[in-house]
Design a protein around this ligand. Sequence first.
Ligand SMILES: NC(=O)c1ccc[n+]([C@@H]2O[C@H](COP(=O)([O-])OP(=O)(O)OC[C@H]3O[C@@H](n4cnc5c(N)ncnc54)[C@H](OP(=O)(O)O)[C@@H]3O)[C@@H](O)[C@H]2O)c1
Length: 307
Amino acid sequence: MSNETMKAWVIDKFGGPEVYRVAELPIPTPGEGEVLVKVQGSSFNPADWKVREGHFGSREFPLVQLFDVSGVVASTGAGVTEFGEGDAVYGVTYTGAAAEYAVVKADHLGPRPTLMDPADAAVVPVAALTAYQALFDHGQVTSGQKVLIHAGAGGVGSFAIQLAKWAGAFVYATGSARNHHLMRELGADECIDYHSAKFEEVAKDVDMVLHSIGQDQVSASLQALKPGGRLVAISADPLASEAEAQGKVAIGFSMVPATEQLRKLEGLIQDLIVRPVIDTVVPFDRFVDAMNEVQQGHTVGKIGLRI
Ligand SMILES: NC(=O)c1ccc[n+]([C@@H]2O[C@H](COP(=O)([O-])OP(=O)(O)OC[C@H]3O[C@@H](n4cnc5c(N)ncnc54)[C@H](OP(=O)(O)O)[C@@H]3O)[C@@H](O)[C@H]2O)c1
């Protein structure tokens, strides 16, 4: 460990927003296969407050929060050949990015889309990788298929609409009416206001559903699928047996960071095919306010943290 220190948002126990504090911690040293990133930005995901509340099981404290990272390589550990000091990178860390420095596994990093402001680029990794993996690795979406994307104005949904369109799918997207203009701009063919319509009565015989909302809606999502269709759940039990009984496939998964897919997303952003939707990027000292906002569950796009 270095003798130098850095500022970080940490928790020392599970709880509400009151457990946050800014700590002065030693700058970590990257181990084998790891990279030390001088962080320029991070971003908020619902997983962050869920970790803080203890929903994802035990953790070591003090725990530095946030998974998304964007910055510049400060140093590399043994065996890292793909990245070198000064490289502009983005990716996912499991040891906290709400800090001036973060250690990231080299295979969880990719070259950052330089078209974006360095802090802004941190809104991409978790949400975009989740959307990409849901649609293509698990949902097997191909051109000409019909896809239903829930929460189309949210972090994952706003990337998923664009990626599904890029793949040539017909896209149904759910969200409040006030966000339909945005969802259409992103590529949604048909927007469904979940306050006034039952989505399963509008989106019928779809090939794939990206289920990112509540458990109480999973059966309705299954109903929207055609026989043989695939439900991919990222926020609920996918009810695999119920799906199987209907001749459908339902799976749940957790996003796994991968350099190759971060590269792919970087290319799509640089080519202006995917446009990250950013609600706001807050300074370091507004961390708690931003996290509270995300926990409300009505963010449009993503909220970033500038470091
Ligand atoms: N498994 C994984 O690896 C993984 C990875 C990332 C995220 N997730 C999970 O996926 C979920 C979504 O993540 P996110 O980052 O996209 O969240 P988010 O950005 O916070 O989602 C906010 C959006 O959800 C919409 N929304 C809320 N309730 C809705 C409903 N009943 N129907 C349609 N839209 C609704 C809101 O629209 P309105 O304002 O119109 O309500 C808002 O635009 C979270 O539960 C998260 O934990 C899982």
